[in-house]
Design a protein. Structure first.
Length: 276
């Protein structure tokens, strides 16, 4: 009788299923509870023992869209997230190509340190600079500030893709007389499109969910959705139902984006992991 492979052993299969179930519970249970809570009255959200769903209501969503300017706040979030993502890619794509081609490590390491540093380290310099330029409360300030997040994320996502390009391909393009920007745009960039997609999605999600810069640098007309959601938290009282409704709506765009490009996202992450 042939020996069963490691993955054909029943015990191992059940262990893998239990691990997958545990991961799904950790990830999905908070999301499910958030969505269910958005259809509850605030008093039911905090009830002990908890009730799964009793007397569902749409009052939280009516309050969110009828009594607040949440649609405009969501538009602000889209402008900032898309703008900072595009800026991050414009800066990170040529930087990643140059770092990969010249086998440099210190520029990428510096951007990693910037990403690992707490946001408060950048907040005061950003605020002073934008105050001098009279840009506090503008989209420009928010997009430039969030580039401190998107550039490192995009750079480190793209590096494995550029590292995986055959150097002979780039060298032959040089021999044909192409300049560096031509090599990047005509040869290298079309080959790393999956990496660009992955980088764009990650940059969008990180920016969309970032709170600190938007809190300090936004104005009344540029307040983002995640900052506006904290209007439901007051001193000694919190409108949990409306807060959960706002959180559900904030989580929706990244979720829809991930579902729309899930195949390219998964394949891009897999390719980047192999090349890395």
């Amino acid at each position: 009788m042939k020996n069963m492979s490691r993955h054909d052993r029943p015990g191992l299969r059940w262990l893998m299923r239990l691990q997958l179930l545990a991961v799904l519970c950790i990830v999905l249970l908070p999301i499910g509870w958030m969505v269910l809570s958005s259809f509850k009255h605030s008093v039911d959200v905090m009830r002990l023992p908890p009730v799964l769903l009793s007397s569902p209501t749409l009052d939280n969503y009516r309050e969110l869209f009828g009594r607040t300017d949440f649609l405009h706040n969501t538009w602000n979030s889209l402008v900032v997230a898309i703008g900072s993502t595009l800026l991050g890619l414009v800066l990170a794509v040529p930087a990643a190509f140059a770092i990969s081609w010249h086998r440099l490590t210190w520029p990428a390491t510096l951007t990693l340190f910037a990403r690992m540093a707490p946001g408060t380290l950048f907040l005061l310099p950003w605020f002073v600079l934008f105050s001098k330029l009279e840009l506090v409360g503008s989209y420009t300030a928010l997009i430039l500030a969030h580039s401190a997040i998107t550039v490192p994320v995009a750079l480190w996502t793209l590096l494995p893709y550029f590292d995986g390009l055959p150097r002979a391909l780039i060298e032959s393009a040089q021999m044909d007389g192409l300049r560096p920007h031509g090599i990047l745009l005509r040869i290298a960039l079309p080959l790393v499109v999956p990496g660009v997609v992955v980088a764009a999605i990650l940059c969008f999600v990180f920016t969309w969910n970032y709170f600190l810069f938007a809190l300090a640098l936004s104005g009344f007309d540029t307040k983002t959705a995640i900052v506006a959601s904290f209007n439901f938290i007051g001193e000694g009282v919190t409108n949990w139902g409306a807060l959960m409704a706002a959180a559900s709506m904030i989580a929706l765009p990244p979720l829809v984006l991930a579902l729309l490009v899930q195949r390219r996202l998964v394949s891009g992450l897999a390719v980047g992991a192999v090349k890395g």
